[in-house]
Structures are given as C-alpha cells and as structure tokens.
Design a protein around this ligand. Structure first.
Ligand SMILES: Cc1cc2nc3c(=O)[nH]c(=O)nc-3n(C[C@H](O)[C@H](O)[C@H](O)COP(=O)(O)OP(=O)(O)OC[C@H]3O[C@@H](n4cnc5c(N)ncnc54)[C@H](O)[C@@H]3O)c2cc1C
Length: 387
C-alpha cells in the first residue's frame, strides 16, 4: 500500500533517517524536515547492539557502517579505585554482533542511503508546532508559515512538539544524575571493548571509535543540583577531572587528555501512552527517551523504524497500521526504559557491605555461570524485529 504514498518525517536523526529509508524501500515518497542546515551528528559514540544491527542489515547499510566500526569483543565492568575487573561479558557470538559506531558515521551512511532511495531532505526547516489533522498533520514552521501534510512521523527527539500534543500530561523529572561526554584522540592501541569503571555515585564508560583513533567517554555523576537537559551544553574539562579524581590512574590519565567536554542533566520521561492520533505518529526518542545505562535509545529507534515501515506496508488502513505499531512497540520499549533506569543504581553502589556483596556475587557468577549474567539482557539483544 505504500507505493507512491507521500509521507513526511519530522527530524533527520538516526530514527528519522532509518524510517525514511525503510519507507522509501517500500515505495513511499518520503520528505524529511530537519531543523539543522546540514545532516550532522554530535561527535560522540554509540553502541549498536545485535537488535539494532539486524535493522541496519535489513536496510542494507550494515556493511558500510562496519567499515568504520568493526565488531566489538567484550564489555568489562571494573572497580573504580584499582581498575580490577569485576565481570566481563564476551561479545563473540558471530550471529549477534556489537559495534561501537561514531554517530556522525552512522547518520552519514543512513542519509546517503535514504537519498539514494529517493528520500527528499528539507534542511534548515524547524517545526514549532504540530497538530493531527485528518489523515495527516498541520505543521507550523519557525517563520510562522503553516503546511498541511499527509501521514506524518515525528522522529524529532526528546523535545518533540508532537509528543506533547499526543501526551499532554507527561512531565519529565531530573534523576539527580548528570553525564559528561567527550571524544579523545587515541593511538589505535585500545582493544575493541567497552570498559565501565564503577565508583560510588559515579561511573565512567569508555570505548574506542574509528579503529581506535578516538576513545569515547560517557561519565555519570549523582548530584543534587539541576543541570539542563540536552546534548550541547559545554563544561570545563577540569570539572570532569575533579569529579573522577579518586578513580584509578588509567581513568585519570585518559581524562587528563580531554579538551572539550559536554555536560547535561539526565531526565526521566515516561514512555508515551499515545503513540499516534489520526495520521500523526511518534518514533524513537519522541516516544521513549531513555537513560543511557543500557545503550538502547538508538537501537530502539531502529527497531521502531523497521516495525513502523512494515506495519504501514502490510495494513490497508493507516489507522490500523499505527495501532499495530503501537501495540508491537509500547510495552517492549517501556520495559527497556525501566531496565535502563535500574541499571544506574547497579553501577553506583557506595563502598560498604552492599557493594562488597554485589561485586562478590558478580565475580562469583562470572566464574560459575557467566552465561547467566549475560542472559539477563538477552531479551533485549536477541530480539529481531526483522524476522
Ligand atoms: C550519553 C548518551 C549516550 C548514548 N549512547 C547510546 C548508545 O550507546 N546506544 C544507543 O542505542 N543509544 C544511545 N543513546 C541514545 C540515543 O542517542 C538516542 O536514543 C537516539 O539518538 C534517538 O534517536 P532519534 O532519531 O529518535 O532522536 P535524535 O537523535 O534526537 O534526532 C532527532 C532529530 O530531529 C531534529 N529535530 C529536533 N527538533 C526538531 C524540530 N523542532 N524541527 C525539525 N527538526 C527537529 C534534530 O535536529 C535531530 O536531527 C545515548 C544517549 C546519550 C545521551
């Protein structure tokens, strides 16, 4: 039913580009409205787990992404003070690849493939309001002009105007955690592994990008004071170094080389209750912003993209397609968001009996039944929306 159908996608991020490509492959005529003057991404890394990778494969872009981001081998949880390993999870199942990807490389590949498939990008087009109207949506642009569009997919992230219209009563709240991110030049010597250094009230994740020429860090600290939400707020690197000054030399040496850092507040957002109304639907962070503690935000957006395109291509009526899409996605994403929230406390236990017991249990489990620990999140990572 999608051949020649005009569909508008708001937002040209990972979710918006992926759904545009998937829809174009089904024959739809897709236009993306993106606020930025060029398709770019922040200079940061992203972990694509097997459940996201299957979508990139099905979209035909996995090989191009893998050229810049070869497979990762393991995730290691380490104690903050001495750097001792507490637990490691091997990522060596050939059928379930993980990749550490530079976000800019991923959007470049998706944008090129989408344009190659006939998707039109309207850049520098910021939306200030969206309302469902008939079988589509009425959109207000930044300059005040209004436009009527047919079926519209809102993939415009955390601050999506459509999300607020469809879910007027949901309010985010500050979690009491802030995160710094930075990329630091590296000499290519780091193994393709993610290392998580776990300290009291803080943790730091580092993994290599672009064949080890860069290392990506995300460092999280619990704090009382409120910090603005969003990716683009800069901070002085000295503040990051100070917050992690009691971590092991490996971490301190890494942070000593950080020159540009961003800091933002981590907020909890309830998963949207209403994912569509009429011909307006939500996708990705617009529907289910998540805390970064399971690295699933973009992976869920990729799953959404494939599922929505499939529902629209298989159902005769858009309303039935959107209802099926919501039914397939809402509970799963809510469960993942919940699990990500719980994971923060797992990393941040204070020194004392509880931390000792938790780390001892993890070490024991790692020796006795490593698979059992790995399997804890198998329901996330082995899920294949393309099957
Ligand atoms: C520190 C951190 C680390 C993360 N690590 C991972 C990870 O390892 N793995 C993972 O899967 N996820 C990770 N995520 C989450 C992931 O980045 C997001 O979930 C993902 O980018 C969501 O994609 P999206 O396309 O829905 O939204 P976005 O990436 O936010 O894209 C939205 C797009 O819409 C555009 N836009 C916004 N508003 C408007 C408007 N009004 N008009 C027009 N255009 C607009 C934006 O410019 C942007 O291009 C991480 C997040 C953070 C904060």
């Amino acid at each position: 039913m999608l051949i020649g159908q005009e569909i508008t996608v708001l937002g040209g991020g990972i979710g918006g580009l992926a759904v545009s490509l998937a829809l174009a492959r089904h024959g739809a005529q897709v236009t993306v409205l993106e606020q930025a003057p060029a398709i770019t991404e922040v200079g940061a890394g992203i972990q694509i787990s097997p459940n996201g990778w299957v979508v990139l494969k099905a979209l035909g872009v996995a090989e191009a992404v893998a050229e810049q981001a070869p497979r990762s081998r393991a995730v290691r949880l380490r104690d903050f003070r001495r750097g001792a390993e507490v637990f490691s999870m091997a990522l060596n199942d050939p059928a379930k690849p993980w990749h550490f990807v530079h976000r800019a490389d991923l959007v470049d590949v998706l944008a090129a493939a989408a344009q190659g498939a006939g998707v039109t990008l309207r850049l520098g087009t910021r939306i200030t309001a969206v309302t469902p109207e008939g079988e589509g949506a009425r959109i207000t642009l930044e300059d005040g002009r209004e436009e009527a569009h047919g079926l519209t997919i809102s993939a415009d992230g955390l601050h999506s105007p459509a999300r607020k219209v469809l879910n007027p009563r949901t309010r985010p709240f500050f979690t009491g955690q802030v995160a710094w991110r930075a990329t630091i030049p590296q000499d290519g010597s780091l193994a393709p592994e993610a290392h998580v250094f776990m300290g009291p009230g803080r943790h730091l994740v580092r993994y290599p990008l672009r064949q080890g020429k860069l290392v990506n860090i995300v460092a999280v600290e619990e704090r009382d004071g409120w910090v603005a939400e969003g990716w683009h707020h800069t901070d002085h690197p000295a503040n990051l170094r100070r917050a992690f000054s009691d971590f092991c030399p490996e971490v301190k040496n890494l942070l000593a080389r950080a020159e540009e850092v961003n800091l933002w507040g981590l907020f909890r957002h309830p998963v949207a209750v209403n994912w569509y109304q009429g011909g307006l639907a939500l996708l990705g962070d617009a529907a289910h912003p998540t805390l970064p503690f399971l690295a699933q935000g973009a992976n869920m957006a990729l799953e959404d993209a494939w599922t929505l395109a499939r529902c629209l291509s298989e159902e005769d009526l858009p309303e039935a397609a959107l209802a099926r899409y919501q039914a397939l996605r809402r509970d799963r994403t809510a469960r993942i968001v919940e699990a990500a929230t719980d994971n923060a406390t797992n990393y941040h236990l204070r020194p004392g009996p509880l931390r000792f017991a938790a780390h001892s249990a993890l070490r024991l489990a790692a020796r006795a039944a490593p698979q059992a620990v790995t399997n804890r999140y198998a329901w996330i990572h082995t899920h294949d929306v393309t099957a």
